[in-house]
Design a protein around this ligand. Structure first.
Ligand code: PMP
Length: 426
């Protein structure tokens, strides 16, 4: 791996960013270099320095940067003057994506979901899911969980935990009630019972909810993993009280935890599923809202968006499914790589009493008793050509999201860098 000996700061970036780009910019502050090209698990900056990417576009690049097979399909489509912008008109690219999604993802899993194209981002998928749940049930309130993250638009923000992000709304965020996520009380209390109790208590003050929205692993919330038993009990509770269950698989779907959907392991079947980030396979904007057919009560155009039919993303998504999801090989490889990463993290944690390992599949993390150390580890990693970010309410977790296609050699190299960063910050 190439080592950058100079410690870069924001002052090293071209002036135009500080002069012209809003103060809201964030990742360029954490990784203050100007990236120029990317291939597989590697990013290269304009000085020619290479960085190993254990961030993968926050989970949007599960198949790596500029994946050759997917790129070829995209280039051929563009060169043939295939439709690029299509709103929700019927196009060949959309038909082919739906056929492949049905054939390779839904049918083998016995899932009958209808597919909504809500708009290009995860937040638009979440907004559409919340709107639909309210329309179906005629109820307003939504149950969310502590440390949840669902996006930055007002509906999605109302079900998001982070207080800094919530404050950005500037208005009250309403019609959402947070409940304790699995293990919120450190395993001392069955976290789930609180929800069950207030739901059934007519004196609790809880309005009957339209839906529960949950991540099976909270990525932004600090790599918190819900147990399968907890998810099963939640699904059962929702079913028995006629509350819709929405699984937000925007970050954990598309193979991040091994199987295509993160909820497959628990055997639950959500009423509504949101997908985005890696669904296009290439980092192109695309999102899906999957809906049980009997809940598909939308009127035509009731939820829409100019960029909900971005055809290049349909082309790359279809090619991704054909390349990686024909059988279970890719999922098995992902699980094996996840175990490899986890074993190394367990070793690091065993050597350091203030650190613990957490995660599932290829989303793994290290939690630090001193939150500031997680940030220092990431900075140290960047100085040694590894891109990795923090998550959690106080940024106390170093979150590893390498592309699932990362080679074992690169995984080991990145973990070596991380281990050194741990030692240097101890
Ligand atoms: N849901 C989850 C679980 C997410 O992780 C994210 C993005 N981090 C979103 C929704 C929002 O997606 P987007 O940023 O594309 O709006």
């Amino acid at each position: 791996m190439t080592i950058a000996f100079d410690r870069l700061t924001e002052a090293d970036l071209p002036d135009v960013f500080a002069r012209r780009e809003s103060e809201v910019r964030s990742y360029c502050r954490a990784w203050p270099t100007t990236f120029e090209s990317a291939s597989g698990s590697w990013l290269t900056d304009d000085r020619g320095v290479r960085y190993l990417d254990f961030f993968a576009g926050a989970g949007s690049l599960n198949y790596g940067h500029n994946n050759p097979a997917i790129k070829t399909a995209l280039c051929e489509y563009l060169l043939s003057d295939g439709v690029v912008h299509g709103l929700d008109m019927a196009t060949v690219a959309k038909a082919q994506f739906l056929e492949e999604f049905e054939r390779l993802i839904l049918a083998p899993r016995g899932l009958g979901y209808k597919v909504q194209f809500p708009g290009p981002t995860g937040a638009t998928a979440v907004e559409s899911a919340l709107k639909l749940a309210r329309k179906v049930t005629g109820r307003e309130s939504i149950i969310s969980f502590t440390n949840a993250f669902h996006g930055m638009t007002l509906g999605a923000l109302a079900v998001t935990g982070n207080s800094m992000k919530r404050a950005g709304a500037g208005i009250p965020l309403v019609h959402a009630t947070p409940m304790p996520y699995d293990n919120y009380f450190g395993g001392v209390t069955e976290d789930f019972h609180w929800f069950e109790r207030v739901l059934d208590d007519s004196g609790s003050g809880l309005n009957r909810p339209a839906a529960v929205i949950v991540e099976t692993v909270q990525g932004e919330g600090g790599v918190n993993v819900a147990r399968s038993e907890w998810l099963q009990a939640l699904a059962q509770l929702c079913r028995s009280r006629e509350i819709l269950l929405i699984v937000d698989d925007v970050q954990m779907g598309c193979g991040r935890t091994g199987q295509f959907f993160s909820f497959e392991k628990s055997g639950i079947v959500p009423d509504i599923v949101t997908l985005s980030k890696s669904i296009s396979g290439y980092g192109l904007p695309m999102a899906l809202t999957l809906i049980k057919p009997e809940l598909d009560v939308w009127s035509p155009g009731e939820h829409n968006g100019t960029f909900r039919g971005y055809n290049p993303a349909f082309v790359t998504a279809a090619e991704t499914l054909r390349t990686y999801w024909r059988d279970t090989t890719f999922a098995a490889e992902t699980l094996a790589k996840g175990e490899r990463v986890r074993a190394r993290l367990e070793d690091m944690a065993a050597a350091d009493p203030d650190v613990s390992a957490r995660g599932r599949g290829m989303v793994q993390g290290l939690k630090f008793a001193d939150p500031s150390r997680a940030g220092r580890v990431c900075r140290e990693a960047f100085d040694h050509n590894l891109i990795v970010e923090t998550s959690g309410p106080t940024d106390e977790v170093v979150k590893l999201l390498p592309p699932l296609t990362t080679s074992v050699e690169d995984l080991d190299a990145g973990l070596d860098t991380l281990a050194t960063a741990m030692l240097r910050t101890a």
